[in-house]
Design a protein around this ligand. Structure first.
Ligand SMILES: Cc1ncc(COP(=O)(O)O)c(C=O)c1O
Length: 365
């Protein structure tokens, strides 16, 4: 059996939607982008959405709309670089914090200790599709007078307390990069309930233009094209099914792996429905029979792909060490040495998930 770590295959309908745009010659932002924004906003239950070039652009647009140079922003160390690096492009400073050892999400106690008079926002990552405790994060932000950005690049289809994570206050940033829960090629989205911020970001997306060759603010070209938007519109229809498959596979993995010595699955936040962009486990090298790299090799011999997200924390990235010096964030450092992602994707069956469980037990028991 051969089980890949992700499945990035478009359906016939998605391909035909893209072909329709190609044939029409609409190779730019157009009616499909506008319709995708409306349909995505309805799906997540928010007021406004803006398609854009990719998830990093979505973060940049959101940060630019609410931050000033010199602002400090709390970010988790255990995430993809863009959560923090996009802050640099608006002159803001990422304050890199440790994460919770069970959920792998930003640890608010660690974050609270780093708040200064300059701290203006928190950029919270719903890592691997596991939602944070949104009520707790919003209360934390209110207490410390912080704006909230949700990096939801990995969390399409995740609900918190029965509502899509895109329905909550703050600026919500999504990515549609291949391998994500929704994938259109390069693409991103920002969603918000704030009309003024929406308007500001819409202008920013097209060089600050508020009329034909009239530029009243600075901006960039961060537009999506109708080719990706047409794929996204079609794919949104099957997002619930894709997420249901991920959850069914995750349930088999979770139940089957319980009790394997030294193996721990990412804890699901209470009230989070988790959309399982990644199914991540850790292997405690003091208890497990093999270390992470030996384990990955053994999986590969049984035809099972795996992945490492992330092999180092942001505070260990040369660019941030150079800019801000070194610091120790023990949970992130331990995770980056011992975490491994198992296949869970929407193209897999529960029988394949059961095969993964059997293989892991053969390797580790
Ligand atoms: C947590 C997180 N934030 C932001 C991004 C950036 O998205 P994109 O690759 O579409 O620019 C990613 C993509 O990997 C991500 O995983």
């Amino acid at each position: 059996m051969n089980i890949n770590i992700a499945e990035i295959k478009l359906t016939k309908e998605e391909i035909n939607a893209a072909i329709g745009v190609l044939e029409s010659g609409g190779l730019r932002q157009g009616p499909h982008c506008a319709a995708f924004e409306k349909e995505f906003a309805e799906y997540v239950g928010t007021s406004y959405c803006l398609t854009n070039a990719n998830g990093s652009a979505a973060l940049h647009m959101a940060y630019e709309a609410i931050l000033e140079p010199g602002d400090e922003v709390l970010v988790p160390s255990f995430t993809f670089i863009a959560t923090a690096s996009m802050l640099e492009f608006v002159g803001a400073k990422p304050i890199i914090c440790d994460v919770d050892p069970d959920t792998f999400l930003l640890d608010l106690d660690s974050a609270a200790q780093k708040i200064t008079a300059k701290t203006k926002a928190i950029s919270f990552v719903h890592l691997f599709g596991n939602s944070g405790d949104i009520d707790q994060v919003l209360a934390f932000a209110a207490k410390h007078d912080l704006k909230v950005i949700w990096d939801s690049a990995q969390a399409h289809g995740t609900e918190y307390k029965g509502k899509d994570i895109g329905a909550y206050d703050g600026l919500v940033c999504w990515s549609f990069y291949p391998s994500k829960n929704m994938f259109v090629g390069e693409g991103g989205m920002v969603s918000t309930k704030d009309k003024d911020l929406y308007q500001h970001m819409m202008n920013f997306r097209q060089h600050g233009a508020t009329g034909k060759y009239l530029h009243t603010q600075l901006g960039l070209n961060y537009r999506m094209t109708d080719v990706e938007a047409a794929i996204g519109r079609e794919q949104l229809k099957r997002l619930p099914t894709m997420i249901a498959t991920r959850r069914a596979n995750a349930a088999v993995l979770r139940a089957g792996l319980e009790g394997v010595p030294g193996l721990k699955v990412q804890a699901q936040t209470e009230n989070s429905s988790h959309s399982y962009h990644q199914f991540c486990i850790t292997l405690d090298p003091k208890v497990a029979k093999l270390n992470r790299d030996q384990f990955a090799e053994a999986l590969s011999e049984k035809g099972i792909s795996s992945g490492i997200h992330y092999p180092r924390g942001l505070h260990q990235q040369p660019i941030f060490m150079e800019k801000y010096g070194t610091q120790s964030l023990p949970v992130t450092e331990w995770l980056s040495e011992n975490i491994i992602a198992l296949p869970v994707h929407h193209g897999m069956t529960v029988d394949e998930a059961a095969y993964v469980v059997t293989a892991i037990k053969e390797i580790l028991l």
